[in-house]
Ligand binder design. Structure first.
Ligand code: COI
Length: 357
């Protein structure tokens, strides 16, 4: 059956797949809900979007996304509170950032009103898939791909904007308590004037090989350093990074090399609200190694939508391994609780970050 609401054509699935899903054991990003949202751009404008059963899409093999990687994406989450209300966290930030990323790759912006209409309609349709309770969320993956056929190296004139939804628990296998990272000293993620600040698909593909090498040595993620000198710590593969030296939290400033993470900036604000001293400044590899050696490096943690706030158990740098202490009341856990309480409507939202669906 097909209906049209708010200028969206809705084709509902005949029978939900929800009963086939084991919600107690979800590998991140592996299960998708019944429906997806698709909106095509052609003849210079976005067409009427469709919400349809989740499934394969058909694209010409010469489409530019396959040859030149003209693709951007976002990561967002929705949460179900105890009273069954559904909330998103700072979704306007993702909406702005996907257009920032798209424009950096010479792709058209997607209108704000269509973004929210589409996403809210999809979330309401698949709301039974959003699980309540600690650690559960609905991971939302908005993305845009270049679909025009033809292999000339030029921007596409046609695109697909899509939302797909994936019920999520922990990003890292086993809950993420033993994540170790390797500081990069050879490969780089991004350079001045490049696309590092955009959520361009290729930024992630470029990390797969160095991350694979790091994984062979027992590390889960690489912490990227500046491409010029490898002396300053920037961000990890799927998260921004924070360092606690003594009682102070350190994190790198954003730049055209570093993603302006929404969890990152929320942590900076919440930490300051809690009276924690935060320094946003260039963080030297050598100061973190020295702090690990003299015992003042108390914590490291990663922060991102998918990873939430994930403590880092240790790091490798220039052939040496460093283990971090296990703290009872770590900043990572205090901040994680405060942020997830705001996200799930359990704590006061004094900055107006929650968005009711
Ligand atoms: C997110 O945290 O949402 C991200 O986009 C990282 C992703 C590559 C898993």
């Amino acid at each position: 059956m097909s209906t049209e609401t708010q200028n969206i054509i809705i084709q509902k699935i005949a029978k939900s797949k929800i009963s086939e899903v084991d919600f107690s054991n979800l590998a991140f990003g592996s299960v998708f809900t019944d429906h997806m949202y698709v909106c095509d751009f052609k003849d210079g404008e976005w067409q009427t979007p469709t919400i349809k059963p989740y499934g394969p899409i058909s694209i010409d093999p010469s489409a530019k996304v396959f040859h030149y990687g003209q693709a951007v994406f976002e990561g967002m989450k929705a949460y179900k509170a105890e009273d069954d209300s559904i909330w998103m966290f700072r979704p306007e930030e993702n909406q702005k950032r996907i257009n920032f990323s798209a424009n950096r790759l010479q792709m058209p912006s997607f209108p704000k009103e269509m973004f929210f209409d589409g996403l809210e309609t999809l979330l309401k349709l698949d709301r039974d898939w959003i699980q309540k309770g600690e650690g559960n969320s609905m991971y939302i993956r908005p993305f845009v791909i270049a679909t025009e056929s033809g292999v000339s190296a030029s921007p596409s004139k046609e695109y697909k904007f899509m939302f797909i939804l994936s019920p999520a628990q922990s990003y890292f296998k086993g809950g993420g308590s033993d994540v170790k990272v390797l500081f990069a000293d050879k490969y780089s993620r991004s350079a001045n004037g490049g696309v590092g600040a955009a959520k361009a698909a290729g930024n992630y593909a470029g990390q797969f090989y160095p991350t694979h090498l790091a994984q062979e040595q027992g590390y889960q993620q690489v912490v990227w350093t500046d491409a010029n000198t490898h002396e300053f710590l920037e961000e990890a593969g799927v998260m921004n990074v924070f360092f606690r030296v003594g009682d102070t939290l350190l994190t790198a400033p954003t730049s055209d090399r570093i993603l302006d993470g929404i969890t990152r900036k929320s942590i900076i604000q919440v930490a300051q609200d809690m009276g924690i001293s935060v320094e946003v400044r260039n963080v030297r590899v050598s100061e973190i190694v020295d702090a690990a050696k003299n015992g003042t490096l108390l914590e490291m943690f990663g922060a991102g939508t998918a990873a939430v706030i994930n403590p880092i158990a240790g790091f490798g740098c220039k052939g040496e391994d460093y283990t971090l202490p296990k703290l009872e009341n770590s900043y990572a856990m205090l901040l994680r609780k405060r942020i997830t309480d705001i996200q799930t409507n359990k704590a006061e939202d004094k900055h107006g970050w929650r968005y009711k669906v």
